[in-house]
Design a protein around this ligand. Sequence first.
Ligand code: FAD
Length: 364
Amino acid sequence: MNKYDYLIVGTGLFGSLFAYKAIQAGKKVLVIDKRRHIGGNLYTEEIEGINVHKYGAHIFHTSNKTVWDFVNSIVEFNRFTNSPIANYKGKLYNLPFNMNTFYSLWGTKTPEEAKLKIEKQIKAANISNPKNLEEQAISLVGKDIYEILIKGYTEKQWGRKATDVPAFIIKRIPVRFTFDNNYFNDKYQGIPIGGYTNFIKKLLSGADVRCNIDYIQNKAELVGYADKIVYTGPIDEYFNYCFGELEYRSLRFEEEILDIPDFQGNAVVNYTEAEVPYTRIIEHKHFEFGTQKKTVISKEYSLDWKEGAEPYYPINDEKNNRLYQKYKVLSEKEKNVLFGGRLAEYKYYDMHQIVEKVLNINEF
Ligand code: FAD
């Protein structure tokens, strides 16, 4: 292989954006991924003409005009607005918590009525020093919203009782006293027309790309290919887990192709009761206003992570953050390696944050 300026490990959003910037600066880049496809967790696969979000629903949102203009300069984004629905024991509620939700819960018709209802419940609970997530949530929004819309969902997400989850996990619970089902407060949101894989493909055009190559397993050979390395894989794996493993929550998806045009009339429906084992159902065609004859749905299950499973959400508690800091110190000693992205920085990033970060890297 030729000598490259950069070897980029990972074709996810971080790696692909870095590749784009490097190419724009006239650099030669090789981008590798251990998966069989490009895109990292943004990867979408076309099934029955529908772009299926294979690693969970991804909605791009930002208030940063530079970020929005940049992504739209790569591919045009549509006007999708995330307005999830909650299904609790067969009854539907709008999310995020807003006047429509309160009307379904209590029949309240004005902000004043709804505020009064919530305040009354918070007062009745009389919690001044919440000891766990349950108490924290009730002290913020009262018993009804907690029990119907938060409890079961959170317990499935964390795999334990809400009374065993620390209070700090929920700092605030956004409540809106307008009839507005738009989940995000950001100025801009949407989905890349043609799917995320198309977006990533455009970012990578001009780069040499190889899938099915694991950097860790082929490190001895690969380091010689480039002057500098950009590493977006797990930081603990890079250092051979010398201090121990960082922990994650994982997910599992059950995908079904249905011979009907529409299953649930919405992209995202959360199941908030504990008895339904999955947390939500995604119907992918609605991200792009699809009119196909069939539909594809994914049931999303939240899981404990063990080696071999996909690491999805870092568990940024004290123990794991301390462990990460030890790896970070080692990473700072690695000359010519830039560690970036959610796995290398052990941090949950939304997509717009990754874009902002990479656009601001002063490398070239
Ligand atoms: P990744 O996408 O994980 O890319 C890292 C890549 O490195 C992977 O392709 C991996 O295979 C590769 N790799 C790892 N190790 C090696 C190795 N040893 N050798 C070769 N390759 C390797 N953000 C939003 O803004 N909106 C959303 O709606 C949203 N929804 C989300 C839903 C879920 C379920 C999850 C988990 C995240 C969501 N995000 C969302 C966040 C979004 O996924 C991240 O911001 C983004 O994926 C981060 O990109 P990345 O490049 O850092 O990581």
